[in-house]
Write a protein that binds this ligand. Sequence first.
Ligand code: SF4
Ligand code: SF4
Length: 389
Amino acid sequence: MNRNKVAVTKCTSYNTAEVSSAIKDIFAAHGGVRALFKKGDKIAVKVNILKASHPDKAIITHPMIVYAVCKELVENGVNPVIVESPGTGTPYTPESLRSVYKTCGYFDLFKNLDVEFNYNTDYTNVKIPSGKVIKYLDIINPILSADGIINIAKGKTHGFTYLTGAVKNLFGTIPGMYKAGYHLKLKGIGNFSEMLVDIAHFIKPRLSLIDAVVCMEGNGPADGQPREVGHIIASDSPFAADYVFCDMVGLDYRKNPVLLKSEERGFLNRDNIIANGKYNRITDFIFPDTAVTMDGFVNPSFLFKTYKFLFKDMLTLKPVINRNCAGCGICKKSCPASAITLREGSAVIDYNKCIRCYCCHEMCNNRAVDFHRGIMYKISKKLLSKKPE
Ligand code: SF4
Ligand code: SF4
């Protein structure tokens, strides 16, 4: 059985010298750039840009990490291409990609480094031979045509999948709005997590990094708070990278639905991880409000499953539009269930259609989507929520 290497490197700021040194250490721990890539290889660098946002908000992979990785590649004769298909609220067009890279501070930093940014928005429907819940998938062409992939995720909490890291970042290889269709087709966290595992196993990035210098805690992936964690994680397996990230922020991996599915399918084998580098486990990282629902997913008791089935609607947090709503319509475009309409300058949710995917919360730029906690949710949270182990 293959062993998975995970390098954990201390990095406490986005200072150029500190990040460059950490990235050099990471490549060295994996045998050097040339052990991973051949001279002349065209490598897709899949970044994590949910939406146009300043790096200080901790929503996106910090451009300094991407810059340091690309610099190492260029200096070793490898040709990186920066690739992203942002969240569903951002049109997947060349103009929009240009504007997103600019707002995220990528252009400023890359002025002195000759690196290609991808604007090709073509995609191909490909067969996923080992897919458990998806047999065919639309994947963006710059990923399919590359000689290899480096996956650089941001370490964040996530309302739907608890945490987002290396595995979830690869959902961004699906073109633009097509992501919403997969949310609708694979309702529920179990199926959705299986799909993320299918995608990560198919894409097989040669190296997966997690920017855990400053993570997001609370109601991520877009509405939480930045939290200094002080590390960069890198592995030849996205599953192993996520496992270490999960442990670093103090979460029992069995509460992470993606890792649970990865382990069930044999893609995560904790005994086969060779970890290089140390970290102190955080004990007070703040997880999303939706966490109590997620706890239900991993609670194996028949009684709890029955309880959750009966009270599903009351147990699951409801997205509620607040007074900040500017009527921009981004959430309407992002909603996979077409549950949102615009009325009198504000978004309105049809709860009969809503599948509780929280894409609206993720994509709103005005903090106008709250979570409504019903009485059953509050009781359940009291009874069932334990401090992360
Ligand atoms: S909830 Fe947010 S994204 Fe939706 S219309 Fe209002 S401001 Fe726009
Ligand atoms: S209203 Fe929000 S949570 Fe409900 S389906 Fe639409 S995007 Fe998902």
